[in-house]
Ligand binder design. Structure first.
Ligand SMILES: [Fe+2]
Ligand SMILES: [Fe+2]
Length: 235
């Protein structure tokens, strides 16, 4: 993966990244399996770890917006800033929604692979700006998959805990993202991955670096999920 994609880099970077994302999400979804086969504490624990990304995501977006300000095509930074404005209140909604069904995010014990994963994304939003663009496109793409997976997990947890109406805010939180919010984040960044279609194109657009940033973000997510699933097996 590391060295063949440079020579064979197609002009359609977006399609190349989407294929890597599809591979990550389909294999991870299969590995998670049916939430009904999970112990209740394992499902609750996954939610706590997912919350960590939700908590950090606004700072990643803000850093990414700062880091991409000088890029052409123009508008990348503005889109990331808009995304930040939209996401900045979400962790608080998520925290309360989890609390409604008895999951206390303050009671979490640090899980080192989650810390490492967040560090890797942090490096990408502080590194080469074209790499930042690719990384953010990849994480916005993965957000759709994550909200689907965590909606299913939440529905199962609510049933196991007989939480009924108390779980409505949590399901609503995931539905809100799936009703177009995350698709728009992906698509609105995606236009910048086809610079030839933009008016201020061909001024140093580094497609190889965009792809590199996306690949590194997808690898980081793949490794994180592998550790989450390994922790389930070891109890
Ligand atoms: Fe959000
Ligand atoms: Fe998003």
């Amino acid at each position: 993966m590391e060295d063949h994609h440079i020579e064979t880099l197609p002009t359609d970077i977006r399609n190349l990244i989407d294929r890597q994302s599809d591979h990550f999400t389909s294999t991870t979804r299969a590995a998670v399996g049916d939430p009904r086969d999970w112990p209740e504490h394992g499902l609750a624990w996954l939610c706590l770890e997912h919350f960590q990304f939700s908590r950090r995501n606004p700072s990643f977006l803000q850093q990414a917006a700062n880091n991409t300000r000088a890029l052409t095509p123009n508008g990348i930074s503005d889109e990331l800033e808009r995304n930040y404005e939209e996401e900045k209140t979400h962790a608080e909604i998520y925290r309360r929604a989890l609390g409604d069904i008895g999951i206390d995010v303050a009671a979490r014990v640090e899980f080192a692979p989650t810390t490492m994963f967040l560090d890797k994304i942090n490096q990408l939003v502080e590194g080469d700006p074209f790499g930042t663009l690719g990384a953010m496109y990849a994480t916005e793409t993965a957000a759709i998959f994550e909200h689907q997976v965590f909606r299913d997990i939440s529905v199962e947890l609510i049933a196991r805990r007989n939480a009924g109406d108390r779980g409505k805010r949590l399901v609503r939180f995931h539905d809100m993202h799936l009703e177009g919010v995350e698709q728009a984040h992906k698509d609105n960044l995606g236009v910048f991955l086809r610079p030839s279609e933009l008016p201020d194109s061909d001024r140093g657009f580094n497609g190889a670096m965009v792809n590199e940033g996306a690949s590194r973000a997808i690898s980081a997510m793949t490794e994180w999920w592998a550790e989450l699933l390994k922790a389930r097996v070891s109890g």
